[in-house]
Structures are given as structure tokens and as C-alpha cells.
Design a protein around this ligand. Structure first.
Ligand SMILES: [Zn+2]
Length: 376
């Protein structure tokens, strides 16, 4: 099984022969398809036009996961063709991750614990509980400078002792006697079996995006190349839109939002005070043995009425969006009301709350009849 992606990571097409078919998995005599590993996803593409959805390691072999293998036969020759856009984007992201990890190590003395390469971003989990924005910006600056310097990136096969003598920033994870070491000219060396671009210049833009603390370690998120450009443009759009809505120039948006939040808090306080005044006025009108319709929230009325002595057999029907009721009276009378009027809810100590299903006007008139009887 010849792994052509190590001989030339830029090979987009190659001839290959089907050696074995096992369900949807196909094994070839040689391949340009990189299998999932080292934080990099498996390649996708086609063989003679048939879709390959993913690629996985299978021992020392490579399993190509086909959409369907119905029309394939063992021994068949054909053309393997990569989804090059997908692969090249990951070569850039992977190389950007090496560069960033090396800058973190050389500049801040911080090691990389784990990495993940996704479609939209690269995440690097670091051996540090926190980093401030100035440190992260310094790393972004340095990585960007190294991109502009167009440093050569190459992968070399080395015997283990030779690789160990390099005292690399990360210990060698595989146990093989031969090790693949990826060098960034004058900057970094690390054991890695992935595929990378051949110059830092190909990486394009690298930009810091976000970070979060996971299990006591900081996990940083980076945007690379097209994604960095897209994210920058998206953010510009957001700022422009916010600026338009708030009628403030971009540099005043934060201040404008803060003052709007203050205004809202003040208005909320004023509304609460008004509610309380209205509720007091409304509560004034409520007498024992009566039914009331209201559009107010019931909590306010409840707190006023329960403080009043001797009030009983009062049903308050909230109309509008929320069909709720409040009843002040005896447990026995509440049970009867609940039955006759099909109320849902409960309570104790003379205070009962819940909801109703009928129309408020209908409830109002039926309830009036029942409560008048209590009076009698
Ligand atoms: Zn790598």
C-alpha cells in the first residue's frame, strides 16, 4: 500500500487498482487519500466518478469509505481523484496549527495539549489555565509575520533516535522505529504523520477568534485563510448593522448599548412603580363576594389583597394573553368553584391560583352566579 500523499501532498489524481472490497470499504494498491488522524479529517473525492465520502486508517492500510460499492470489482483499475478544495484547506489549517503551537512554545513557553481541525476553525488546547488578550495578539502577530516570511515546511522520515535527539517541543507519540518529523524552517520541528503545505506563505491569514477554559486549560480558537477573511467580513457587517440600528459610529457602539441598557433598566423600574399604583387603585374597588376582570398580573393584586383584613369570596379573572385566576376564600368554596367552572390550579390558606379554559366573559358571568350563592 503506497501512501502517495507522503511522496507528494499536492497530487490531486492518481491511477489505482482495487485490491479488496469489504462492504462500503475499498482498499487500493496505492492512494493519495489521507486517512483521518492527528486532528485532521479523512479525505473525500471519487474513484472513476464513484463518491468516496471519507478515509480511515485500518492498521497499516487505508479504508476508503464509498457511498456505494455495488458497481466496483476487485482488480479494477481507475482514477482516484481528491476533493482538492477540502484537502488543501485542511493542509493550510494543519500547517497553521503547527506554526501557532510553535509560536506559543517559543514566545510564551506554553505547550500544546490537544488540537482539533474543523471546517470553520482550528482549536488549540494549551498547557496554561489562562492567557490575556495581549499575549494572544502577540502570538497572532508573530504567526502572521512568519506567514509573510514564506518559511519552508517539509516532512522528513527519520529513525527514532535521530528524531529524539532533536528534543522537540512535543514528545513523539508513536512507537514506530521510523518517525515522520515536520520542520518549519528555522522555527519548529515536531513528529507528525499529517499532510501540510510546503511554505508558510500558503497558509494565508491567521486570526485569533475566541477562547474558553476547558478542564482548567485554555482552549484557543483560530480562523485560517478563507475562514479568517469570512469571519473578518462577517464581523464588519455586524458592526455596520449595529451602528445603523443604534445610530452611532462604530467606535461608540459599546457606549450606546450600555446607555440603552441603563435606559431599559430605568424604564423597567418606572413600569413596576406604575403597575403597583394601578394595582393599588384597582384593589381599592374590590369587595368581598365579587368577581373582577383585570388585565394586570395577579401577583401584585394578590399581595395587596392578602394584606387586607376580612376579604373573602373574591374571584379575579385575568383576561388577555394569559388566562389566569386568583381566588380568595375558603377551601370548601374553592373546591366548588373549581368543579362548576372547570378551573385548573390550587393553593392553600385561603389563596388559590391557576388557569381557566373558557372565555373570560363566560367565566365572569358563571362565577358571579356561584359567588352570589355563597353570599346568600
Ligand atoms: Zn502535522
Amino acid at each position: 500500500m503506497r501512501k502517495l500523499f507522503y511522496e507528494d501532498p499536492y497530487l490531486k489524481e492518481t491511477e489505482a487498482r482495487v485490491c479488496r472490497i469489504d462492504g462500503n470499504k475499498v482498499y487500493f494498491n496505492q492512494s493519495i487519500f489521507y486517512p483521518e488522524g492527528g486532528g485532521q479529517p479523512g479525505d473525500r473525492g471519487t474513484f472513476n466518478g464513484y463518491r468516496i465520502l471519507d478515509t480511515e486508517k485500518d492498521g497499516d492500510d487505508i479504508a476508503h469509505i464509498f457511498e456505494s460499492t455495488e458497481d466496483l470489482t476487485e482488480g479494477e483499475n481507475g482514477i482516484l481523484s481528491l476533493d482538492w478544495g477540502h484537502r488543501y484547506a485542511f493542509m493550510k489549517r494543519h500547517s497553521a496549527q503547527h506554526l501557532l503551537s510553535s509560536v506559543f512554545f517559543r514566545k510564551l513557553g506554553v505547550g500544546t495539549l490537544a488540537v482539533h481541525l474543523a471546517e470553520e476553525h482550528v482549536t488549540i488546547e494549551l498547557d496554561r489555565s489562562s492567557l490575556d488578550l495581549a499575549e494572544l495578539m502577540a502570538v497572532e502577530d508573530e504567526a502572521s509575520r512568519l506567514v509573510r516570511k514564506a518559511l519552508r515546511i517539509e516532512q522528513r522520515d527519520m529513525i527514532r533516535s535521530e528524531a529524539e535527539a532533536l528534543h522537540m517541543r512535543r514528545s513523539i507519540k508513536v512507537s514506530d522505529p521510523d518517525v515522520k518529523v515536520v520542520f518549519i524552517e528555522g522555527q519548529d520541528a515536531v513528529a507528525c504523520g499529517g499532510v501540510h503545505v510546503s511554505s508558510t506563505a500558503e497558509i494565508g491569514e491567521i486570526s485569533y477568534y475566541d477562547s474558553e477554559i476547558i478542564r482548567g486549560h485554555i482552549r484557543t480558537v483560530w480562523k485560517v485563510d478563507d475562514e479568517a477573511v469570512r469571519s473578518r467580513r462577517d464581523n464588519l457587517q455586524i458592526v455596520k448593522e449595529a451602528s445603523r440600528i443604534l445610530s452611532s459610529p462604530p467606535h461608540e457602539i459599546v457606549g450606546a448599548i450600555a446607555s440603552r441598557v441603563d435606559e431599559i433598566e430605568t424604564l423597567k423600574r418606572e413600569i413596576r412603580a406604575l403597575h403597583s399604583t394601578i394595582a393599588s387603585a384597582e384593589a381599592e374597588k374590590i369587595q368581598s363576594f365579587s368577581v373582577h376582570m383585570t388585565e394586570l398580573g395577579l401577583d401584585e393584586l394578590r399581595s395587596i389583597l392578602t394584606k387586607r383584613d376580612g376579604i373573602c369570596d373574591v374571584l379575579i379573572v385575568r383576561c388577555g394573553e394569559k388566562k389566569e385566576f386568583l381566588y380568595l376564600g375558603s377551601d370548601e368554596h374553592f373546591k366548588e368553584l373549581k368543579n362548576v367552572l372547570s378551573l385548573r390550579g390550587g393553593g392553600r390558606g385561603g389563596v388559590y391560583q391557576g388557569s381557566y379554559i373558557s372565555e373570560p366573559e363566560l367565566l365572569f358571568s358563571s362565577a358571579k352566579g356561584v359567588i352570589d350563592e355563597f353570599k346568600g
